[in-house]
Ligand binder design. Structure first.
Ligand SMILES: [Cu+2]
Length: 197
C-alpha cells in the first residue's frame, strides 16, 4: 500500500486536515466493499442508468477540526430532475439554470429549467460527528461516472471536494468529488415500473 506513505508526506507538510481522513480511511480499508468514509462522498456509489436514485451526501468530518455549517452540491448537467430533502436545523437554497432546449416532464408538462446546485446551511455539524444530506434524482440513461462537486463550509475555513481523475488512480486524489457510477439499466426493475403504469 502506498497510502500510508502519502499520508506521512502530507502530515509532514503540515496539512492537518488529513489527520481526520486517516483515522476514517483506516476503518474504511477494513471494509473494502463499502464507500470511503472520509471526505464528502455519496453513500451509495453505484446505481443503474436511468433509474430513480436518492443521493445521500455523507459528510464524514469537518474542515481541519472545524464544524460544518454549509454544504453546496453542484448537480451534473445531464441530471434534470432533482428534489432536495429538507433537514431540521438546516435551510435550503436551490439554484436554477435554464435548459438549452425544453423537455417534456411527467404529465406532458414542459420543463424549461433545471436545478443546478443545492446548498444546505445550518448546523453546525461538529467535526467528530457525521451526517447525510439527501436529494432524489432521475439518473441519465447512459452508463459511466457522474460527478457532484461539493463545497463544505465550516466555522473556520472550507474544503472543495471537486477533484476528478485525469487518467490516474482515483485513490490518490486529495479532494475527490462525490461520484456515483451508473451501470446498465436493471431490466427487471424496468418491467416492474412498466407494470405499475
Ligand atoms: Cu476526509
Amino acid at each position: 500500500m502506498v497510502v500510508p506513505t502519502i499520508k506521512y508526506k502530507l502530515l509532514r507538510r503540515g496539512m492537518s486536515f488529513i489527520r481526520n481522513c486517516s483515522r476514517i480511511s483506516a476503518g474504511a480499508a477494513l471494509v473494502a466493499t463499502s464507500p470511503a468514509w472520509g471526505h464528502v462522498v455519496l453513500s451509495q456509489a453505484q446505481a443503474p442508468a436511468g433509474s430513480y436514485y436518492t443521493a445521500y451526501f455523507r459528510v464524514g468530518h469537518g474542515c481541519a477540526g472545524s464544524a460544518t455549517t454549509a454544504l453546496r452540491i453542484e448537480v451534473p448537467p445531464d441530471v434534470v430532475t432533482v428534489r432536495p430533502q429538507p433537514k431540521p436545523g438546516w435551510s435550503l437554497n436551490i439554484e436554477h439554470q435554464p435548459l438549452a432546449s425544453p423537455i417534456k416532464g411527467e404529465g406532458g408538462r414542459l420543463i424549461t429549467e433545471r436545478v443546478s446546485a443545492i446548498t444546505w446551511t445550518g448546523g453546525p455539524l461538529p467535526d467528530d460527528e457525521w451526517d447525510e444530506f439527501g436529494m432524489s434524482t432521475k439518473l441519465p440513461d447512459h452508463t459511466g461516472v457522474l460527478y457532484f462537486p461539493a463545497v463544505q463550509i465550516c466555522v473556520q475555513g472550507s474544503e472543495r471536494w471537486a477533484d476528478t481523475p485525469s487518467g490516474g488512480a482515483p485513490a490518490h486524489l486529495s479532494h475527490p468529488a462525490p461520484t456515483v457510477t451508473l451501470g446498465p439499466p436493471a431490466a427487471a426493475a424496468d418491467s416492474m415500473a412498466n407494470m405499475k403504469m
